[in-house]
Design a binder for this molecule. Structure first.
Ligand SMILES: Cc1cc2nc3c(=O)[nH]c(=O)nc-3n(C[C@H](O)[C@H](O)[C@H](O)COP(=O)(O)OP(=O)(O)OC[C@H]3O[C@@H](n4cnc5c(N)ncnc54)[C@H](O)[C@@H]3O)c2cc1C
Length: 394
């Protein structure tokens, strides 16, 4: 895969859903993997709340863990849009693997590609493309939407920083080797003291705390991180000290498009199930999709999905084109998470009683959809961003 396969290659005025040859090939290979390797494991992974290590290895082998990473660091050097397609295709089958790949690419790799020194890139990006798993640690028990109120502190000790505090809700935390982690190194300066660090799981004073038992995306690990005089070398500051707030805002702006992709993948998976089931299920002597009431519901689901998909694709293409995409990313995440919740809920109703039990796939899609309104900024936070950008702040 070459760098030249970007959206810019698309002929001017071509539909958003038209893919370049490379994009098409990549999408088909991810779909084949999702259908052949992932689908048979989904139920058990959800039940056990654990990703199958064999699948993780396959994600690396397929090049899914370093999609935008430059070739010199062992990545596929593809576009952001390509990463979005991967998250969508994986989430169509299992949103836990979707977010596993999403966090690695849109948050961790992106932060390193953009702000890493060449030494950091050599050391960490190369590993992240071949075997290391990354996590992104911003939230704490007392600071979620108000992320800059974090209490984790970093004290300058000359050749290293000493970090103390706890992070909460950290996706990929069980599997991760490398954490992009935020701490305040100068609390008097307020948010301008926030600094990003690359923390290895083996650093002294770093440990994993409680693992959450969740409603949805159960196979994706969500954990607490504990930092007790955690010794982080100075060369592991990512970007400039005191500029962590900027790194977190900008990575999450991109990350939101990834969550949008996860949501349209979930919605597509549920809609496909509903289309198949309503064609088979017989009531009153005919397939239930022969009733106009059911047909209209399916038509509405398909229309809403199409709208959400266009929003996600457009935001991703804007990002690849170097345009300002912040408003469009917030809108795409807000809308696609609402659509995913509605479509998966309707899919359950179209299955009737069978939709409510774990023998059928749709209840899981609904459980998995709920997270879209919460992480990487709640729906209210997206509305706040959109409002600020359309009204202007004084
Ligand atoms: C499964 C899962 C995985 C996660 N993964 C990660 C991860 O990998 N890394 C990471 O750093 N974090 C992660 N998070 C944390 C996530 O980003 C936060 O949960 C989210 O930002 C919300 O913060 P909170 O839970 O503290 O809720 P709060 O901020 O307390 O919000 C509670 C409610 O108040 C509303 N609210 C708050 N402030 C305002 C306001 N000013 N105006 C209007 N409404 C407001 C919110 O919209 C929400 O409805 C994850 C969370 C979950 C559940």
């Amino acid at each position: 895969m070459s760098h030249s396969q970007s959206a810019i290659e698309q002929p001017t005025g071509s539909p958003l859903t038209t893919f370049s040859e490379d994009e098409q090939m990549f999408r088909s290979s991810v779909r084949e993997f999702a259908e052949g390797e992932l689908r048979p494991r989904v139920e058990e992974m959800d039940e056990k709340a654990k990703l199958d290590p064999a699948l993780i290895r396959q994600c690396f082998e397929l090049g899914l863990m370093g999609i935008e990473t430059p070739e010199e660091y062992g990545g596929a050097a593809a576009t952001f849009f390509t990463a979005i397609l991967a998250v969508e295709e994986l989430s169509r089958v299992d949103a836990s693997v979707g977010v596993f790949v999403d966090v690695q690419n849109t948050l961790v790799n992106n932060a390193l590609i953009r702000w890493g020194t060449s030494d950091q890139k050599q050391k960490y990006l190369t590993g992240l493309a071949s075997q290391s798993i990354g996590a992104y640690a911003l939230s704490e028990a007392g600071s979620g939407s108000d992320a800059f109120a974090m209490q984790t502190r970093a004290v300058d000790k000359g050749d290293h920083y000493s970090l103390n505090g706890q992070k909460l809700w950290i996706t990929n935390g069980i599997e991760a080797d490398i954490f992009v982690l935020f701490a305040n190194a100068n609390p008097e300066a307020g948010y301008r003291g926030i600094t990003a660090f690359v923390v290895e799981k083996g650093f002294p004073g770093f440990s994993i705390g409680k693992k959450e038992n969740k409603l949805g995306i159960r196979a994706s690990s969500t954990v607490e991180l504990i930092l007790e005089d955690c010794k982080v070398p100075k060369e592991n500051v990512l970007g400039e000290a005191g500029k962590g707030y900027k790194i977190s805002i900008e990575t999450l702006n991109e990350g939101r498009i990834g969550i949008g992709a996860q949501m349209i993948g979930i919605a597509r998976g549920a809609l496909e199930c509903a289309l198949a089931y309503t064609g088979e299920r017989q009531q009153f002597g005919r397939a239930i999709n022969q009733f106009q009431g059911v047909q209209f519901q399916l038509a509405e689901m398909a229309t809403e999905l199409e709208a959400a998909r266009l929003m996600v694709y457009n935001a991703a293409r804007m990002k690849d084109s170097g345009l300002n995409f912040v408003k469009e990313a917030a809108m795409a995440k807000l809308y696609s998470s609402r659509v995913a919740e509605r479509i998966t809920s309707r899919a359950i109703e179209l299955y009737g009683g069978y939709g409510y039990v774990k023998d059928y796939p749709v209840e899981k899609y609904w459980r998995d959809s709920k997270i879209g309104a919460i992480y990487e900024g709640t729906s209210n936070m997206q509305l706040q961003t959109i409002a600020k950008l359309i009204i202007g702040s004084k």
